[in-house]
Design a protein around this ligand. Structure first.
Ligand SMILES: [Zn+2]
Length: 253
């Protein structure tokens, strides 16, 4: 599932492939694409900047036009430098010379003005993003400590207003690293523990960017031994949307 690291990687690739270039093709051939009838508005524009904010991706084009995208659970970006086009009918297909970027599926794909993008509620409510310049870990810790005290920590971390870009794998690994149970209540966290959670979260995300894949110690390891203490890794649904949560019952307290 795409998390913030996935989207930052896609934004970097798109920036390298298409940044500063004028589009020679901008199509939305799939009838299910939310911008199927509006793709003509991108024709001939230049991509000024590709930017990730948490799990959102923004493509800033000349003429104050912005593509706002969110992949949700199942969408994907495809970026190539060799002119090879994606299979099927994508939701959005952008090319310039041999550079190709396309989105298929997703939760959000829309064309908006730059000012509308700036004031979009889904972007304004995002918490600090560890992969963006100017990231403030103190603010992230303060947001955790100010959150609904009765919420489970693992559940709270899904809320993008705490730390933007956190998804299921990142939140589970971020709880594991400092030995904090995802089932504890937010109101039970000390300031020091909140800061440890924040630092573990940014470590997982930054390491993923450096290595090209997320560091995973317990995600998906249900009923297998914990790599730290040998205890049993357990799995159980958590929160309103019942996301599967993995934790070590021995070394996460
Ligand atoms: Zn353990």
């Amino acid at each position: 599932m795409p998390e913030g690291d996935t989207i930052h990687r896609a934004a970097r690739k798109i920036q390298v492939a298409l940044g500063g270039k004028t589009l020679d093709r901008a199509d939305a051939p799939n009838p299910r694409s939310p911008i199927h009838s509006r793709d003509g508005e991108l024709a001939g524009r230049t991509l000024e900047r590709a930017e990730a904010r948490g799990k959102h991706l923004l493509l800033h084009f000349s003429g104050d036009e912005v593509v706002h995208s969110h992949l949700g659970m199942n969408g994907r970006w495809y970026v190539r430098a060799d002119g090879r086009l994606p299979m099927g009918k994508p939701w959005l297909l952008l090319t310039s010379g041999h550079a190709v970027a396309s989105q298929s599926g997703g939760k959000i794909l829309r064309l908006v003005s730059a000012s509308r993008a700036r004031n979009d509620p889904s972007l304004l409510q995002l918490g600090p993003d560890p992969l963006r310049p100017g990231y403030d870990p103190d603010e992230a810790a303060a947001r955790i400590l100010a959150y609904e005290p009765s919420a489970g920590i693992g559940e709270a971390l899904n809320d993008q207003s705490l730390i933007a870009g956190v998804g299921n794998v990142i939140r589970i690994e971020a709880c594991f690293l400092p030995g904090i149970s995802p089932w504890r209540k937010v109101g039970d966290l000390t300031e020091e523990e909140a800061r440890k959670l924040v630092d573990a979260t940014s470590w997982v995300m930054e390491t993923s960017m450096k290595r090209g894949s997320r560091p995973k110690q317990i995600y998906g390891r249900s009923n297998r031994p914990c790599p730290r203490c040998g205890g049993r890794v357990r799995a159980h649904g958590q929160g309103d949307d019942n996301r599967v949560t993995f934790w070590c019952e021995k070394c996460q307290r």
